[in-house]
Structures are given as C-alpha cells and as structure tokens.
Design a protein around this ligand. Structure first.
Ligand code: NDP
Ligand code: TDO
Ligand code: MG
Length: 329
C-alpha cells in the first residue's frame, strides 16, 4: 500500500463520519473534506486543492440527500449530485487514481416485483433519484474505471436518517404512523464504510478494470418502513426506554413532496461475486446502532455508554469501528 491518503469528499455526513472513524482505527491515512473545504456547488480550484493532497484514491461520500426538499431546488441538487460528482471523477481520472462514488436505490421506480439487479433499467420518480442517476452517468463518462456503489436506506448514529427520526418521535408522540407499502434494504453506514474502504484499497492495488462499473451493495434482508420502525421501537424498548404505539398506513395516507418507489430492494449478488463482500443482515446491525443510540448508563467522553465496550467486545469490525472517535483530520 501507499502512504498517500484516501480523500473522502464529505465530512460530517453519515457515511463520511463512519469512513473517518474506521480509517482512523485501521491507521489508514485519510483526509475528509466537508463542504466548507470542498464545495461541490462551487467547483473552482478543486483540482488544485486535490492535487495538493495527492490522494491514492477518492471516495465521494458527499451528496444532496434531502429527498423531499430536493423537489423544490432541482438546480442545486443536480449541481451537487451530478456536476459535483463529475468534477471529482474528472480530477481522479486526470490524476490516474481510483474513484468510488455512491448512488441510490431511488434511481428505480419500484415497478419490478423482484429485487433490482444492475441490468435493470432505472426510472427515477423524484428529483433526488434523477440527479443521482445523472451523477452515475456523468461519473462514468468522466472516469470510465470508476466504481459506482448503489446502496439504500442508510442509517447510523449520525446525521439525518430514519432510525434517528423514529427515536426522536418516541420522545414526543404517543402514536407513530408509518407506511407499510414501500419495500427496501436498510443498510448500516458502518457496514457500508467497511466495504467501501476494502474496495478502495483493492482498487489502489488491483487491476482497476475488475472494480469498474455499477454495483448494488445493501444490507442483507428486506423490510418495509413500518416493520423497520417496529424493529427500532423493539430495540429501544428492550433497552428500557418508552415507545409509542405504531400504526401501519399506506403511501397515500402519508403525503410527501417527493414520490418514492414501492419496491427498491437491491440484489447485491454481483458485489459478492466480484468483491467477495456481503453486508451484515440489517436486523443484526440495527442492534449495534441502537447500542450506540440507546445504551444503558452514562455516556463516556468518547460517546460510548457504560457497559457498551464489554457487551460488544467480540463483535465484528464495524462494531469496533464505532468505538473509534472520528478524529479531526
Ligand atoms: N442516506 C441514505 O439513505 C442513502 C444515501 N445514499 C448515498 O450515499 C452517499 C452518502 O450519503 P449520507 O452519508 O447519508 O449523506 P448525508 O446527507 O449524511 O451527508 C451528506 C454529505 O454531503 C456533503 N455535502 C452536502 N452538500 C455539499 C456540497 N455542496 N459540497 C460538498 N459536500 C456537500 C456534506 O458535507 P459536510 O460534511 O460538510 O456536512 C455531508 O458530508 C450519498 O451519495 C447518498 O446519495 C444512497 C442510498 C441511501
Ligand atoms: C417520518 C415518517 C416517514 N414516513 C415515511 C415517508 C417515507 O415514505 C418513508 C421514509 O422516510 P424518510 O424521509 O426517512 O426516508 P427517505 O428520505 O425517503 O430515505 C431515502 O433517503 C435517500 C437519501 C436514499 O437514497 C434512499 O435510499 C432512502 O434512504 O417513511 C412515515 O410513514 N411516517 C413517518 O412518521
Ligand atoms: Mg429523508
């Protein structure tokens, strides 16, 4: 391996935070740049900035991800998710280094009965999905050897995600209503980060043609938002905290600005074949996430709860990654 750092575009987002934590734990040099240092909307000078860092690879963990808000600011969304992504891909191609780019299950319209594989034709229902699909194409046009990873329903102890939204509702609502007719694969950001780092390291050393193209990579097992919420409440309740009652509703009963696919389950078998990578079952990783968010006892200086280290000692790498304090890189 090389001593040159991996450049992470994004800093405080879910995936960026997990990537930083895991890289620090492994002693892998990494530099994470948030939008203040590297603004994907105002791209002037990013080639010089990145050249000064001399990275071994670029991971693009930055994106505009507010799905409903995206409907009313499409120009900004496309600027970040398409043009910003393409600019990073262009720099990586010029520097002859690997680029790993993240995309989404929301590129699909949900009409398929089965899980989507990489040969299925995308047809996004909303601005966010359309911008991410345009981003995939722009990235691969600028960097034909880029790796595009489509994941789904990302959750973690950080940032904005469904798990944290549901835990917040537990504090304030006696009853929570959640749609049961949208199906997908929840993905723990630490599991994804671990896979992304492995793929990044491999593309630095291996023939990059093997790692080029689009791959689906999501947590194992499928669910719907209602059952996901119910599992979150179950985990919270097991830890002695109060939970609301839950009501299953239809998409029509929960109007939102953006349309969402009824089915965006991803078939991740190509990633397993090519990379030998299979993410953990979402139910298992949800427990690790809830241990972080609803642990027992006091929180220590590193954000860990008393007893957490002991209870999780024999767990896999991603759980250990959670103990790492993401450093100020
Ligand atoms: N969240 C999800 O459910 C899913 C996400 N994805 C994809 O995975 C990737 C990571 O998502 P996630 O970690 O959830 O994202 P978050 O919304 O948690 O974080 C967004 C990141 O993007 C950065 N960012 C936002 N605007 C800009 C900008 N103008 N210039 C530079 N950086 C910017 C933020 O920077 P800063 O650090 O400064 O805040 C932050 O690091 C994205 O590509 C997303 O599309 C795919 C499927 C599901
Ligand atoms: C808060 C809430 C949401 N919902 C519904 C709305 C929606 O259909 C579904 C999920 O809502 P959210 O807004 O949390 O999730 P959403 O923003 O749609 O999540 C998506 O984010 C982007 C970035 C992706 O790439 C996707 O993979 C996916 O994770 O749950 C309820 O039914 N009840 C509720 O109380
Ligand atoms: Mg959302």
């Amino acid at each position: 391996m090389t001593d040159r750092p991996i450049l992470i575009a994004g800093r405080n987002g879910q995936l960026a935070t997990c990537l930083r934590g895991l890289a620090a734990m492994r002693g892998l040099p990494a530099v994470a740049l948030g939008r203040r240092e590297l603004d994907l909307e105002n791209r002037e000078g990013i080639d010089k900035l990145i050249a000064s860092i001399a990275p071994s690879a670029i991971i693009n963990a930055a994106a505009y991800t507010a799905v409903d808000q995206a409907e009313s600011e499409a120009a900004k969304v496309f600027s970040i998710n398409r043009d910003g992504a393409a600019a990073l891909a262009d720099v990586a191609w010029q520097m002859n280094i690997p680029l790993i780019h993240l995309s989404t299950d929301y590129v699909f319209d949900g009409a398929k009965a089965d899980a989507y594989d990489e040969s299925d034709i995308p047809a996004p229902l909303n601005v966010y999905g359309a911008s991410k699909l345009a981003g995939e194409a722009a990235v691969l046009a600028a960097h034909p050897l880029a790796t595009v990873l489509r994941c789904s329903w990302l959750y973690s102890p950080y940032g904005s995600n469904f798990v944290r939204t549901m835990l917040r509702l537990c504090e304030t609502q006696p009853i929570v209503r959640v749609v049961r007719d949208q199906h997908g694969n929840p993905t723990y950001a630490f599991d994804l980060a671990e896979a992304v780092l492995r793929i990044a390291q491999r593309s630095v050393t291996d023939d990059r043609r093997a790692t080029a193209g689009i791959f689906h990579l999501a947590g194992q097992g499928e669910t719907n938002w209602h059952d996901f919420a119910q599992a979150i409440f179950h985990e919270r309740s097991r830890r002695g905290a109060r939970i609301p009652s839950i009501e299953a509703i239809t998409t029509e009963e929960f109007p939102t600005a953006a349309r969402r696919p009824r089915n965006s389950r991803l078939d991740s078998s190509k990633a397993e074949r090519v990379f030998g990578i299979r993410l953990a079952p979402w139910r298992h990783s949800l427990e690790a996430c809830l241990d972080r968010l609803v642990g027992e006892g006091e929180t220590d200086a590193e954000g860990n709860r008393a007893g957490w280290r002991q209870r999780n000692a024999p767990l896999s790498d991603h759980a250990r990654g959670q103990q790492a304090v993401a450093p100020d890189l």
